[in-house]
Structure formats: C-alpha cells, structure tokens
Design a binder for this molecule. Structure first.
Ligand SMILES: [Zn+2]
Ligand SMILES: [Zn+2]
Length: 136
C-alpha cells in the first residue's frame, strides 16, 4: 500500500492536502471538544505520520486553536472547516477529519473513542471497539 495517495480540502478549497502512504488508523471521536468544535455528535478521524502529509495553504488560511493544553485543532480562516488535529501526546502524528477527503468511500472506523461522552441521539455501531480515554 506504499503508493496510496489521497487528497482532500476544506469547504472553500483554500486549504488543500495530500496524504501519501498507508493510513495508520481510523476512529470515531465522541469527546466534548470534537462535539463543540465541529457541531456534531462525533467526528471520524484518520491518523497519519506528519511526514506523510503535504498541506497547500497559499492564502495562509490555516489557523491552530488550542483545544486543550496538549492539543490543537487546525481550521480554515476562510470557511471555518476544522480539519486537522495534533496532540503533544502523539507528536509524530497528524489527524485529519475523514469527511474532508475527496474520496473516503473505502475507509471505515474501527473504534469509538471517548465513548463515555457520546450523545444519545446518534445511532451507535455495536461492532466497533469502545474506549473511553485513549490518551490523545
Ligand atoms: Zn476553507
Ligand atoms: Zn475528539
């Protein structure tokens, strides 16, 4: 899978990114920061090594917001899409919202993280592994 190549963008298209090589993981995050930050019951994230991503940001739209003392959300100043996450606990990784890939139909999450704060109104896939704090 070394030749795997994926692209994605924010809503307005000013932030573009290319991912090269194999994805490390894909998980749903039910933490309250993802809920508030994305206006969503949960967010599906994919994990890559930072050296696998190339971000094209010609208008300097990428802004980082500190969502906790260890972590930051990366979002587009033009359209507000929140599409990146990084944490000091996993310094080599960047996390990307699955929905911002141009083509994500072959990727599926394997777990529900921060499941203790999941909302009651989202249907849960019982087959996925459940974790409360995965320490990210
Ligand atoms: Zn944008
Ligand atoms: Zn989260």
């Amino acid at each position: 899978m070394q030749n795997e190549y994926r692209s994605g963008s924010c809503l307005c298209g000013e932030l573009l990114f290319i991912l090269k090589g194999e994805m490390k993981w894909c998980s749903n995050c039910h933490c309250t920061r993802c809920q508030k930050g994305h206006g969503s019951g949960y967010v599906t994230w994919i994990g890559y090594e930072k050296n696998q991503i190339t971000i094209h940001d010609k208008s300097e739209n990428l802004k980082w917001y500190s969502s906790s003392k260890n972590s930051e959300f990366g979002f587009c100043l033009g359209c507000g899409s929140s599409i990146f996450y990084k944490s000091k606990k996993v310094p080599s990784e960047i996390h990307i919202t699955l929905a911002n890939l141009d083509n994500s139909k072959d990727i599926f999450p394997s777990s529900d993280n921060y499941f203790d704060t999941h909302v009651s109104w989202v249907k849960i896939d019982k087959t996925l592994s459940k974790f409360n704090d995965p320490n990210l």
